[in-house]
Design a protein around this ligand. Structure first.
Ligand code: ZN
Length: 284
């Protein structure tokens, strides 16, 4: 099943993307894709409801905006340097334990929304990633049980302002949390749709030029390891997002480095999770 949210920013409504590509408005199901939904076996309940009620759901026009595919979660946990070739391109040694950082939940936006370059930024960068959405609350779960705590997966662009992230002291969160720096979607694919999260191709282009082209098989720490590891440090709540890191090909790693500017167009995708497109605009 593929879950979407559609409508104006901040007023999104829940929907479902059907196998034949139609968007259904499932507002009468009465729930948003949030902690309460995921934490109460929501996807299974929704699936049963759709079998009975699906024919009565209005179809949403294709030109209606898509929002982030989950409602604002309690946290977005990101994994840094989780692909060896990306760690190397940034000059870092591949880590021996997962590198964790946070991204503000207010940075979430829709998969086709504009990316706003922050005021004064000259180092805004892209990162295509596989995002994991938590289903069942996870605290100190084993690797063996970890995937049972996953609701599904989504495409994420982990945008980064490299000066704020790397040159201004303190923690990476500063450069990761600007508004519009977390386009998520187009949809959440429930776990049954992605039998092996370590066998997905992921790619990103800027103005049509291929920048990133990798596979989740190259992650240093796979999804099950990450969910288990993060859950040793903190309780993961239903709806929480873990973004699992990016392969090589970010602007920071180029010689010379290359960053986003107004007018650029970023397109990205993960196999099985659709594609997204964001126009870059300068801050007003
Ligand atoms: Zn990242």
């Amino acid at each position: 099943m593929r879950l979407i949210r559609f409508g104006d920013a901040g007023h999104e409504r829940p929907g479902v993307l059907t196998a034949d590509g139609r968007r259904l408005d499932v507002g009468t199901f009465g729930e948003d894709w949030n902690e309460s939904f995921f934490g109460s076996d929501g996807p299974a309940r929704l699936e049963a409801w759709l079998r009975a009620q699906g024919d009565t759901c209005p179809v949403v026009d294709d030109d209606v905006r898509l929002g982030p595919c989950v409602a604002r979660p309690s946290k977005i946990v990101c994994i840094g340097m989780n692909y060896t070739d990306h760690a190397r391109e940034t000059g870092a040694t591949p880590p021996t334990e997962p590198v964790l950082f946070f991204k503000s939940t207010t940075s979430l936006c829709g998969p086709f929304d504009d990316i706003v370059v922050p005021v004064g930024s000259v180092k805004t960068d892209w990162e295509v990633e596989l995002a994991v959405v938590i289903g069942a609350r996870a605290s100190r779960v084993s690797e063996e049980d970890a995937l049972e705590h996953v609701a599904g997966y989504a495409l994420h662009n982990d945008l980064s302002e490299r000066q704020w992230q790397l040159e201004r002291g303190g923690q990476w969160v500063k450069g990761k949390s600007f508004d519009t720096f977390a386009p998520l979607g187009p949809y959440l694919a429930t776990r049954d749709e992605i039998p092996d999260p370590q066998a997905l191709r992921l790619w990103l282009t800027v103005n049509g030029e291929r920048m990133q082209d990798g596979t989740t098989g190259d992650m240093i720490f796979g999804v099950a390891t990450l969910v288990s590891y993060v859950s040793q440090c903190m309780t993961l709540l239903p709806g929480d997002v873990i973004s699992t890191g990016t392969p090589a090909g970010v602007g920071l790693g180029m010689k010379p480095p290359r960053y986003l500017k107004g007018g650029d167009v970023v397109e990205l995708g993960v196999e099985g999770l659709g594609s997204a497109r964001q126009r870059v605009i300068a801050a007003k």
